[in-house]
Write a protein that binds this ligand. Structure first.
Ligand SMILES: Nc1ncnc2c1ncn2[C@@H]1O[C@H](COP(=O)(O)OP(=O)(O)O)[C@@H](O)[C@H]1O
Ligand SMILES: [Mg+2]
Length: 482
C-alpha cells in the first residue's frame, strides 16, 4: 500500500490541532513541558496495512510543535517534531479510554475515534507483523536476519519515565518508538546494528528498525531519513542498574554498624563487571567505527568550551564561585594535552542506561546526548566522557538515598557512608575498566570530563531540584584536591 500524501503537510482543521496539542501536552514523553506551545501542523508519514478483523486503521503522523517563546538566535528550537502513531476506530473503545486523543474527521479514514496506538494491542500487532510482511510504501521495515519474531505475543507499553515509548512483545522483543524526531539516521539504531553484527555480549541484539524518507526540510534539496522505531531483543531477566545501586545503598543503611565492604548488598563486584562491560563495548566501537586523534588545538578548544560552561554556571549557581579556580586548573591541564584518541562512544552514560541480566551487564540507549544535533552525536568523542558519566552516577546514587532520610542524629553517619559507598564503587568500576594504572594524560581527561559534568549538574539542580544541588556541588568541591 502506498500513500500519496506521505511526508506532505496536511490540511487539518484547528479543532483537530487543538486536540493534538492537548494530547501532546499531557504525554510524559513530551520534552517541551513548561514552555508555551501548540501543534501547528501534521503530516502523515504512512499507514500500516490492516492486520486484524475488527482491528483499527493504523497510521503514523508527525506533529510539528511550535514554541511561542522561541527567540531568534537564542539557540533554543522554535519547532520540534513528534511522532504520533495513531489507531482509528469507528466505535469508541472503552479499553483504550486512557489513550484517547479525540473524535474527529480524518482525511484518509473519515470520522473516527482516535487513540494513541502504542496502548493498543491490535495496532501494535500490526506494527510487529509489518516487520515480517514488509509492506510496500513510505514506511520501511528493516530486519536483521538471525531471529524469528514471535508474532503470537501481546504487547505491553512500558510505564517508566521515558523520553521515548517502549512496547514489549511478550518476552521476545522490545519496540522503542522514538518520540521527538530529528531528521537523520538515529545513532541508537546505527550503533546497535554495528554492535549486534559484531556479536557484542553487552547490548540487546538489534532485530530491526523502521524509517521513512519523508521529510524535506526548508533549504534542503534531499529527503532526509526519519528513524521512527527500533526493534530489539527483550532482556527478560534485566534489572535496572540504578535501581540495583539504590537497593545496595539502602541495604548498607539498614546495617548501621557495618561498612560498605561488609554488607550483603555490597555492589563493588557488580561495579567491576560493569567496568569490564563498558571496556568491551568501547573496544568493539573502536574497531568498528573510525577513530581519530585530537590535536592540541582541538583539545584547547574542548577545554575552552568547558571553561565557558563553568563561567556561565558561576553566574547561576550559588556556592560555585569559590571552587572555580581549581576547576579551571583542571581544564587548563586538558588544554595542555596533545594527540588524544577519540572514537564512537555512548555519549549519555549513567547507571540508568545499564541493565544487569543473568548473562551479565547490558548497556542500552545509544541515542547520545539528546540536546545535541544528530550529526554531532555520531562524531567520535573520548571514551573518558562515558567513564565520567558512570563515575558521576556512582556518586549520585548514595547521596540520593541519603537525602531520602531527613535530618536526624544519624545524618552525619549516613553522609559519611554515602561517600564511602561512592568511593568504593567508583574505584571498583574504574580499576576494572582500565585494568592498570591510569596514565597522567588519561587522568587529566577523566578529571576534566568529571568536572564538566558536575558543573552541568549544579546548573541543572539549581533550576530543577534546588535541594539536590549539594550533590554535584560537593563533587565540584573535591575536584583537583588529590
Ligand atoms: N532490550 C531491553 N529489554 C528490556 N528492557 C529494556 C531494554 N532496553 C531498555 N529497557 C528498559 O527500558 C528503559 C528505557 O530504555 P531507553 O532505551 O533508555 O529509552 P529512552 O530513550 O526513552 O531513555 C531502560 O531504562 C530499561 O529499563
Ligand atoms: Mg534512557
Amino acid at each position: 500500500m502506498t500513500d500519496a500524501t506521505a511526508g506532505g503537510p496536511r490540511e487539518v482543521p484547528p479543532e483537530q490541532l487543538h486536540l493534538l496539542t492537548e494530547f501532546v501536552g499531557r504525554s510524559r514523553w513530551f520534552g517541551g513541558k513548561g514552555r508555551p506551545f501548540q501543534v501547528v501542523g501534521v503530516r502523515r508519514l504512512g499507514r500500516l496495512p490492516a492486520c486484524a478483523d475488527d482491528g483499527p486503521e493504523v497510521a503514523i503522523d508527525l506533529a510539528t510543535v511550535g514554541f511561542e517563546d522561541a527567540q531568534e538566535g537564542s539557540g533554543e528550537s522554535g519547532q520540534d517534531y513528534y511522532q504520533l502513531p495513531l489507531a482509528f476506530y469507528t466505535e469508541p473503545q472503552d479499553r483504550l479510554e486512557h489513550a484517547f486523543v479525540g473524535h474527529f474527521e480524518d482525511s484518509d479514514f473519515g470520522v473516527r475515534y482516535v487513540y494513541d496506538a502504542l496502548h493498543d494491542r491490535l495496532a501494535m500487532g500490526c506494527w510487529l507483523r509489518s516487520f515480517v510482511d514488509q509492506p510496500e510504501g513510505p514506511l520501511r521495515f528493516h530486519r536483521i536476519p538471525g531471529h524469528e519474531l514471535d508474532l503470537d505475543t501481546h504487547s505491553t507499553l512500558f510505564s517508566g519515565e521515558q523520553s521515548n515509548s517502549s512496547v514489549a512483545f511478550g518476552e521476545d522483543s522490545l519496540l522503542k518508538v522514538f518520540r521527538r524526531i530529528t531528521p537523520g539516521a538515529n545513532p541508537d539504531v546505527s550503533i546497535h546494528e554495528v554492535l549486534t553484527r559484531a556479536g557484542s555480549d553487552h547490548v540487546a541484539a538489534l532485530f530491526g528498525w523502521v524509517d521513512t524518507p519523508a521529510l524535506r526540510q526548508e533549504g534542503q534539496t534531499e529527503d532526509q531519513v526519519l528513524t521512527l522505531a527500533m526493534l530489539q531483543q527483550f532482556l527478560r531477566t534485566a534489572s535496572d542498574g540504578w535501581d540495583l545501586a539504590l537497593a545496595s545503598i539502602r541495604n548498607l543503611y539498614a546495617e548501621a554498624d557495618l561498612h560498605a565492604d561488609e554488607v550483603g548488598g555490597d555492589f563493588a563486584g557488580e561495579a567491576a563487571r560493569l567496568g569490564e562491560a563498558l571496556a568491551s563495548v568501547h573496544r568493539t566501537l573502536a574497531e568498528e567505527f573510525p577513530t581519530e586523534d585530537r590535536t592540541a588545538d582541538q583539545l584547547a578548544e574542548l577545554a575552552e568550551g568547558m571553561r565557558r560552561r563553568l563561567d556561565a554556571a558561576v553566574e547561576v549557581v550559588e556556592g560555585l564561585a569559590p571552587h572555580a579556580d581549581r576547576v579551571r586548573g583542571v581544564f587548563d591541564a586538558l588544554a595542555g594535552l596533545d594527540g588524544v584518541q577519540v572514537q564512537q562512544v555512548h555519549g549519555d552514560l549513567h547507571l540508568g542506561q545499564t541493565l544487569r541480566t543473568v548473562r551479565g551487564w547490558k548497556i542500552v540507549d545509544f541515542e547520545g546526548e539528546p540536546a545535541k544535533p544528530l550529526a554531532e552525536r555520531l562524531l567520535p568523542d573520548s571514551p573518558w566522557r562515558d567513564v565520567a558519566g558512570m563515575l558521576r552516577s556512582f556518586d549520585y546514587a548514595p547521596h540520593v538515598v541519603e537525602r531520602s532520610w531527613g535530618d536526624d542524629e544519624g545524618a552525619q553517619q549516613r553522609a559519611y557512608r554515602a561517600t564511602e559507598w561512592a568511593t568504593r564503587n567508583k574505584r571498583a568500576f574504574l580499576d576494572a575498566y582500565v585494568g592498570r594504572e591510569l596514565t597522567p594524560a588519561e587522568q587529566t581527561l577523566l578529571d576534566a570530563y568529571v568536572a564538566d559534568k558536575a558543573v552541568y549538574e549544579t546548573v541543572y539542580e539549581t533550576r530543577n531540584r534546588p535541594t539536590w544541588v549539594g550533590i554535584p556541588l560537593e563533587a565540584v568541591a573535591r575536584i583537583g584536591e588529590s
